[in-house]
Design a protein around this ligand. Structure first.
Ligand SMILES: *Cc1c(COP(=O)(O)O)cnc(C)c1O
Length: 457
């Protein structure tokens, strides 16, 4: 609670500028006095003076506006302080039913990955061999774990994200002055999101694109006809965020692998092995087994890890290709930091990720959670009921696939209030109701969800 010191006024200054004795400004606690409150010592240490002062000044403004009692300035300051010194990022509970929500940062990291990342945030032996005292191989843990997860890979490398992996391949094999071509099907000229397009990314490296086939159909002969001395590699891109249906055909990896040039396959989502819940989603092990020389993928989609670009070479020429990429000057510009390496290693070696758990939870479990939560909310006077829904994987993969799910349905007006509460809750609107889909909410967060809804009532 605020003490008397918080109420020390700078009356001399108010006198100088001629503020009347009964003016509310005389009651506003001075900034220095509030900052000296013992309750603010810990936040000052954790968040720094600028952020705490901003919160004090906001509280003072509310006193002047008559919205806050002067003796509650310290309390209001504490309430308004951000969770961390990165106040632009707010914790959001993802109740959208979209597992990999790009606007919410795609895959949430596992507790194991967060712990590893926190350790690495200090000084650590990222490039040092503590046994010998000599320089150690950067990323050996993460790369070792990735190689172990895909035993058929001849060599592996990790860069900043999926786009960086493609950029490195295109630069090293077909970019700059090489005057080489990348052969790619017209139906695979994908826009990733936010206006970024794979063909433009590839072309920006100086590589030339040789487009084959029509938007909906391409045959092996189209590729074969396009191959010449200028071909650097064939690129197959998984349409991970859209689906073309109807009169369509594309060429399977195994058939493309029979052609002469190296075959690079961008699988997008980062599955390393087949995922029974998503039978149509490509995975690195299978694609390498079908003869691809190089596979590229993202780390923060279905792999459930940090943002990263995975490069996996096949057992033969693929291993050599990866070595070439690793040694290319551009590799240094695209390399990942120690935080990514730590989180990726823990993702690969640790317990199942939140993304894997969200994918595998059965509908009965979700339905029981929705019933329990809705029941408690009804007891608290909220118009809530359980509702069966369909969750999706999201832009990160498996377009068109739905996962049976369950939600708590609330009146529509809750959507905005929940977005503005802290931690924020993002649901989705359906048929005039605000749905909180539980497939994308960790069971440990059900209590937070309950509290958030009550706070908005
Ligand atoms: C997501 C995706 C990318 C881009 O990966 P980022 O990690 O977002 O850079 C490239 N190709 C495909 C097929 C994708 O699905």
């Amino acid at each position: 609670m605020p003490t008397v010191r918080a109420l020390v006024l700078d009356s001399s200054r108010l006198n100088e500028v001629g503020v009347p004795d009964n003016d509310v400004r005389r009651l506003v606690p001075r900034t220095d006095a509030v900052l000296a409150e013992p309750e603010l010592a810990e936040p000052l240490h954790r968040l720094g003076r600028a952020l705490v002062k901003r919160a004090v000044n906001d509280a003072q403004r509310r006193v002047r506006a008559g919205e806050l009692a002067p003796e509650r300035v310290t309390e209001a300051t504490l309430d308004a302080l951000p969770e961390t010194a990165a106040p632009s990022l707010t914790r959001v509970l993802n109740a959208t039913g979209v597992l990999l929500h790009t606007n919410l940062g795609r895959a949430p990291l596992s507790a194991a990955a967060v712990a590893a990342l926190q350790l690495a945030a200090g000084t650590c032996d990222v490039e040092l061999d503590l046994d010998t005292g000599a320089r150690g191989r950067r990323g050996r843990g993460a790369l070792g774990a990735l190689a172990e997860a895909v035993p058929d890979a001849g060599a592996v490398h990790v860069v900043n994200n999926g786009a960086a992996a493609l950029a490195l391949v295109a630069t090293a094999l077909a970019g700059g002055n090489t005057n080489k071509e990348i052969v790619i099907a017209r139906g695979e000229l994908v826009e990733i999101g936010d206006g970024f397009r794979i063909p433009e990314l590839l072309a920006s490296t100086g590589a030339r694109l040789r487009e084959v086939g029509a938007t909906n159909r391409v045959r092996l002969a189209d590729y074969a006809d396009a191959i010449g001395p200028e071909t650097a590699f064939l690129l197959k891109v998984h349409p991970s965020n859209f689906r073309i249906t109807g009169f369509t055909s594309s060429v399977p990896v195994a058939e493309l692998a029979t052609l002469e040039p190296p075959l690079v396959v961008d699988i997008g989502s980062g599955l390393l092995a087949p995922e029974p819940r998503l039978p149509a989603e490509p995975d690195a092990a299978t694609v390498l087994g079908q003869g691809a020389d190089l596979v590229t993928a993202s780390g923060d989609k279905l792999l459930g890890g940090p943002q990263a670009g995975l490069l996996l070479g096949g057992p033969g020429d693929g291993a050599e290709l990866v070595q070439r990429l690793r040694r290319h000057p551009m590799a240094r510009a695209l390399r990942v930091d120690k935080l990514t390496l730590a989180a990726l290693e823990a993702t690969l070696t640790g317990p199942p990720t939140p993304t894997a758990t969200a994918l595998h939870t059965d509908h009965t479990t979700l339905r029981s959670r929705a019933e329990a939560l809705a029941g408690r909310l009804r007891t608290a006077g909220v118009d809530a009921h359980p509702k069966d829904t369909e969750a999706t994987v999201g832009g990160g993969g498996a377009p068109g696939v739905t996962l049976p799910s369950a939600a708590v349905a609330l009146p529509e007006r809750y959507a905005e209030a929940l977005r503005k509460t802290r931690p924020a809750v993002l649901g989705h609107l359906d048929g005039g109701r605000c749905l909180l889909d539980l497939r994308t909410v960790s069971p440990e967060d059900d209590e937070r969800l309950y509290e958030a809804v009550r706070a908005c009532t």
